[in-house]
Design a protein. Structure first.
Length: 350
């Protein structure tokens, strides 16, 4: 049975349902949206399509965003779950979330040409796992079981890694030697929840070692800091991002934890429910690290239609990080004379 489109309530109807006390405004988080790793991965697919032609296969979603994936599909990218779905000898790109050595071996066995678009910050965690497994540590990987990034990291040292989904699982952890334990983490987690998990783990294992550097990536941290500043002032926070984007989902949770009366995640502006605006003077807006800015601007235009035309950008950090494109692609681009793009992607916005 076809779905009957919901009639959108007018600004006047919304105002009549619950008058607003105060001037309507938007607090727009900065940083928000694309991080350097996402930018690099998306450009990698675009440039591969441009230089090799379609089809270009991508294992898993290149980044966790519905709009980005559908846009790349329209350009000729074909997304698959596993490498055995890729015709032998074809080109396949590994997503920004990283893959395990077993996936790399599978691709080699099928004679696939590969481009590894793993975010360099995820690669760093992989190298940490290999290093500490070699030294025979028990590795406690804080992250979400089943997430592509966690699967890839755990695959580096499956005999040494235990996945800890959060504070509630700390009591279940067992290790061989409490003196040789280290924790690592998925890069897109809630900073607060991760540190609470670490605190509880250290109560059980006082000599638990920290990773050589922070595993939660700069972009995840920066976006959470920005929404923490906005949330106490906002009756409503709208997070633009997809349901399978861990960092986007965390932003909704952080907004509620830090004082927002309501917080919702949307992929597109047309998913915003105008009843959310009833009695709301201040709306906070942000987006996950895999979200292009165009989707945020669509939400801002919708908000303006409902009287939220005053937009104040709340800046808590500046980002100017660039990552070079995958080495397999850089060589091709240099040969083609596309030197500037071979060396880096678009500048990560603040």
């Amino acid at each position: 049975m076809p779905t009957i489109p919901r009639r959108r309530r007018s600004p006047e109807e919304v105002a009549a349902a619950a008058p607003v006390n105060g001037t309507k405004r938007v607090l727009l988080a900065a940083p928000r949206g694309y991080c350097a790793g996402v930018d690099r991965a998306v450009i990698a697919v675009e440039k591969a399509l441009e230089h090799y032609g379609s089809p270009v296969y991508v294992r898993k979603q290149i980044v966790h965003n519905v709009h980005v994936v559908s846009s790349l599909e329209a350009k000729g990218a074909i997304f698959v779950e596993e490498t055995d779905e890729v015709p032998e000898g074809s080109l396949v790109i590994f997503s920004a979330h990283g893959v395990s050595p077993a996936v790399v071996e599978s691709a080699e066995e099928r004679g696939l040409r590969t481009i590894d678009a793993t975010c360099p910050l995820v690669t760093k965690v992989h190298k940490e796992a290999v290093r500490f497994a070699k030294d025979d540590f028990d590795i406690l990987l804080i992250g979400h079981d089943g997430h592509e990034e966690v699967e890839g990291t755990a695959g580096e040292a499956p005999d040494h890694i235990q996945i800890i989904n959060g504070p509630h699982e700390v009591d279940q952890v067992t290790v061989r030697d409490p003196e040789k334990v280290i924790w690592l983490s998925q890069t897109t987690l809630s900073v607060d929840e991760t540190m609470e998990t670490v605190r509880l783990l250290k109560q059980r294992f006082p000599t638990l070692q920290d990773p050589p550097s922070d595993d939660i990536c700069y972009a995840t941290t920066n976006r959470q800091v920005a929404i923490k500043k906005i949330s106490p002032q906002a009756e409503l926070v709208i997070v633009v991002g997809s349901a399978n984007s861990s960092n986007s989902v965390r932003l909704v949770e952080v907004a509620l934890e830090y004082g927002a009366k309501a917080s919702y995640r949307v992929d597109f502006a047309n998913e915003v429910d105008e009843t959310w605006f009833e009695g709301v003077a201040t709306v906070g807006v942000t987006s996950g690290a895999s979200v292009p800015e165009v989707l945020v601007q669509d939400v801002l235009r919708l908000l303006a239609d409902y009287g939220y035309g005053s937009v104040e950008e709340v800046v808590t950090a500046e980002e100017d990080l660039l990552f070079s494109l995958p080495k397999e692609l850089r060589a091709t681009l240099k040969q083609a004379g596309d030197v500037s793009r071979a060396l880096g992607g678009r500048k990560s916005r603040s």
